[in-house]
Ligand binder design. Sequence first.
Ligand code: NAD
Length: 305
Amino acid sequence: AQQKMLVTGCSSGIGLSVAARLAKDELGRFKVVATMRDLEKRGALEKAAGDALNQTLEIKELDVCSEASIKECVNSLPDRRVDVLVNNAGVGMIGPLECQSTAAVKEIFDTNFFGLVRLVKEVLPDMKRRQSGHIVVMSSVMGIQGLLFNDVYSASKFAVEGFCESLAVQAMKFNIKTTLVEPGPVVTEFERKLYELAETMDLSKTDEETAKIFREMYLPYSKKIFTSLGQSPEEVSEQTFKLITTKDPPLRHQTNRLYTPMTALKHADPTGRLPLDTFYKMVFKHDRVFNATLTSCLKGNETLC
Ligand code: NAD
């Protein structure tokens, strides 16, 4: 029988690509319920799905911030069956903390963390009863290592990581797999929305020095990182596909190997000094060694990384 897949946030980016990739499986192993908050945005997914549309891919409405919407969607599935949940819907936030309202900060957590909690609460009991299932979660390298001006976003992904890491042990007892997919930068709507938000941000709410660091150092640097090191959503979905189809998937998988040295710093020094000093030097002292490494990476010479 075909495995039943539920993917969230499929109107664009990684979610769209994962849903289409699964639906187009050469062996026809999957029946994909590709969900999105706003069905009016279904056009891009319909196009990407092609012949798979209404065959192995079905589009349904699901807002991860609404328990009622999640319930309605899951209740509409035959036997409420979800073999693989791909929790992908997520939103970003960058900028000085003083420029963000507490309400906006809560919204990030409402989608990125509580969205996951709501979905897992809905599908986990059935998975336990069936003694099978796979919970796949789109986390981020920022779920492992915090980065400048990403305080809130990173915190929301840390929450996701802690939640899954804890749950994974119990899930394993019921033969349920858990996988955190950790991309670095991916060129999607996510990036566009972030910079759009940064353009309209009221930087007068922070001091001049912080505003300057954000506007003149962070933003241009971040844009450069996206264009030079950013993966395509297809690269991430192909790796996600492999994680779903492999027999014994890992708890964590970083999609961009250029980022593994960054996260390795953290594990190399439990005091936290090593990553802290490295990021400080990288941002404020323009450390020569780091910049040489980065330049070399940007040129595609990965031997130094
Ligand atoms: P994206 O903006 O293209 O896709 C995010 C999707 O989530 C959108 O379709 C959006 O409509 C949907 N969404 C937002 N709120 C929702 C809600 N309440 N209910 C249902 N859907 C909702 O960006 P993306 O890059 O494809 O992001 C997908 C995931 O990957 C996110 O969890 C993001 O945090 C993560 N990620 C992205 C990057 C990156 O650089 N783009 C890097 C690491 C991790």
